[in-house]
Design a protein around this ligand. Structure first.
Ligand SMILES: CC(C)(COP(=O)(O)OP(=O)(O)OC[C@H]1O[C@@H](n2cnc3c(N)ncnc32)[C@H](O)[C@@H]1OP(=O)(O)O)[C@@H](O)C(=O)NCCC(=O)NCCS
Length: 228
């Protein structure tokens, strides 16, 4: 059902635990406390929620943490056990979870997007004017992949910052510089109330298996390099 970290592991530090694989209906592995949040949901949603919980428990086990429910908090953000930070993403057929000890990691963000044709309105929704200038002139499929890369980088950054700020951000609040040759990006925001160590965060991306995948990590100690 899953493989360990082949797509997302390169996005994170060496001590991060990455679990990923296909989405499947695993109702029998959803814990009673978790059912409260998912009962009545369609099978597709139960499958993505349940798969994420199964993968999260495998990641936690690898970190020496006994199985426990991974409950959604306010705005769906998962409530990781004390001393752990993690992030979840799913597409229609794929789910991935990353988890790290905290400290040394203050927060992580992970996102995956299936590459697909995009309408112009999505491009305008996701990108700032500066990002649209960077996209302009690129042929159709390249424009779609790069727009999804901007989208995914913003979603990964959003998940990372939410654990710390609890703030809702709009796509226009975050600007992303993609460094294509380096496989990295910088996500920046000037949104009010975002603390200085979150106004510019560097992440990594991959384009693999028909997906764009982005990961970001924030160390507890900003003077320490991430061990990739
Ligand atoms: C939270 C959000 C980013 C999820 O992104 P998505 O691409 O739709 O879905 P993904 O499959 O990648 O991620 C879903 C998982 O993210 C996690 N998640 C949900 N809300 C979260 C939050 N506020 N903070 C951190 N993680 C969150 C959950 O684990 C969820 O899976 P689960 O419900 O099965 O547990 C999105 O739904 C959202 O709320 N966006 C509003 C803010 C935004 O997008 N701003 C623009 C970017 S700055």
């Amino acid at each position: 059902m899953e493989c360990m970290g082949s797509l997302i592991a390169p996005l994170f530090s060496a001590d991060a635990i990455a679990v990923e694989g296909s989405v499947s209906l695993v109702d029998d592995q959803i814990l009673p406390e978790e059912w409260e949040y998912i009962q009545g949901a369609a099978p597709k949603r139960r499958a993505e929620f349940g798969t994420a919980r199964v993968f999260a428990r495998r990641a936690l086990a690898a970190l020496g943490v006994a199985p426990e429910p991974l409950l959604p908090g306010v705005d769906r953000a998962p409530l990781w056990p004390s001393g752990i930070t993690g992030s979840v993403t799913h597409t229609s057929d794929y789910c991935a979870v990353v988890a790290r000890r905290s400290p040394p990691c203050r927060s992580v963000g992970l996102d995956a997007e299936e590459v697909r044709p995009l309408d112009d309105f999505i491009v305008r929704l996701v990108s700032t004017p500066t990002e649209r200038r960077w996209l302009s002139g690129r042929p159709g499929q390249a424009r779609d992949v790069l727009t999804l890369l901007l989208f995914s980088a913003k979603e990964a950054y959003y998940k990372l910052q939410y654990r710390i700020t609890g703030r809702m951000l709009d796509f226009q609040d975050v600007e992303v510089d993609i460094r294509l040759a380096a496989g990295s990006f910088e996500a920046r925001t000037a949104a009010e109330g975002v603390p200085p160590d979150l106004t510019s965060v560097t992440g990594r991306f991959r384009y693999a298996a028909g997906k764009v995948l982005c990961g970001v990590e924030l160390p507890c100690d900003p003077t320490r390099e991430l061990d990739r």
